[in-house]
Design a protein around this ligand. Structure first.
Ligand SMILES: [Zn+2]
Length: 310
């Protein structure tokens, strides 16, 4: 009898189905990363984004609730390259706890990064402004997430490849629209230097008033230098950004007007944050296409096909 009971017990053990692994909890810092990671993981992970529309990642400080969210995550996906300047010190602490912290910027080969003058050797973190670079970052993020979740690794890599295809279609559309702007007018003046990769990719001269981080202050000398450029190149428009104050941009408009060259504010660009979740600019491709449409229209080109007709 005892033997029989023992056999039943062992069989019962064998029949116990393994508990399914709960979905990975992934926390992303910016909206652009949230969009990327959702595209990579599909249904296999719960994705949370810390920074919403209009939030400046350079100045963002994690709240008490954020720290709790980050501590409960299996994986954190940050941009890195010091974009999240005031969250940087949290990452090593979370790694020590065993949390996987992926910095998307590490997926871009250093030779493709821009290192602006005066940045003390720190590369420009705004890599999402060039869809080709962003796709390299996505491939890296997919690989890292796949290493943590091997049963879905192939799917993650396949999804990253699909994202790349979609993003490169946007890229071609943007390149075509910018080509319709006369070369001398292909000048983009914004509140801070978020558009250098955009400028390199689409042959646009780019000047930000504030430098690569919104933490630096713009001086009168910077304003004077930019007004000079606007006047001599007859640039018709400058741009404000959804996540940065517009005071310095307005100073440019006034400076140029004082010298007899009218400059308009060509519109508001999504530099470091996407638009509202339910709007066209609330996705990564929508964000970059909306930016390109705003720029192309204000500089006198043809923006057809970049944004849905109103
Ligand atoms: Zn920025």
């Amino acid at each position: 009898m005892a033997t029989f009971a023992a056999i039943v017990f062992v069989l019962g053990m064998l029949q116990t189905t393994p508990t399914p692994t709960p979905p990975l909890k992934v926390v992303c810092t910016t909206g652009m990363l949230g969009d990327m990671v959702r595209g990579i993981v599909g249904e296999h992970a719960e994705v949370t984004t810390l920074m919403g529309p209009g939030v400046d990642p350079h100045l963002y400080k994690a709240t008490v609730a954020d720290v709790r969210t980050l501590s409960g995550a299996d994986a954190i996906v940050a941009n890195g390259l010091m974009l999240e300047g005031r969250m940087q010190e949290l990452f090593p602490k979370l790694r020590l706890k065993g949390t996987l912290v992926i910095e998307a910027g590490a997926g871009v080969p250093p030779s493709k990064l821009l290192t602006p003058e005066g940045s003390h050797g720190h590369p420009d973190p705004h890599i999402w402004m060039d869809p080709g670079l962003w796709a390299e970052a996505a491939r890296f993020v997919a690989k890292e997430l796949g290493a943590r979740d091997p049963s879905h690794a192939t799917e993650y890599e396949r999804n990253a490849a699909a994202l790349e295809k979609k993003w490169l279609a946007s890229d071609a559309l943007i390149a075509g629209a910018l080509a319709s702007v006369p070369p001398t007018r292909r000048v983009l003046v914004t509140a801070h230097d978020a558009f250098s990769y955009f400028g390199r990719r689409y042959s646009v001269t780019v000047a930000g008033i504030q430098g690569v981080s919104t933490e630096s202050e713009s001086g009168l000398e910077d304003i004077r230098r930019l007004v000079d450029m606007l006047v001599t190149r007859k640039v018709p428009a400058v741009f404000v950004e959804t996540s940065v104050g517009d005071k310095s941009v307005r100073a440019l408009v006034e400076g140029a007007a004082a010298r007899g060259h009218p400059v308009t504010i060509g519109g508001s660009l999504y530099s470091d944050a996407m638009g509202e979740a339910d709007s066209f600019a609330g996705s990564y491709t929508g964000m970059i296409q909306t930016n390109a449409a705003t720029i192309v229209k204000a500089l006198g080109g043809d923006a057809k096909g970049l944004v849905p007709a109103p």
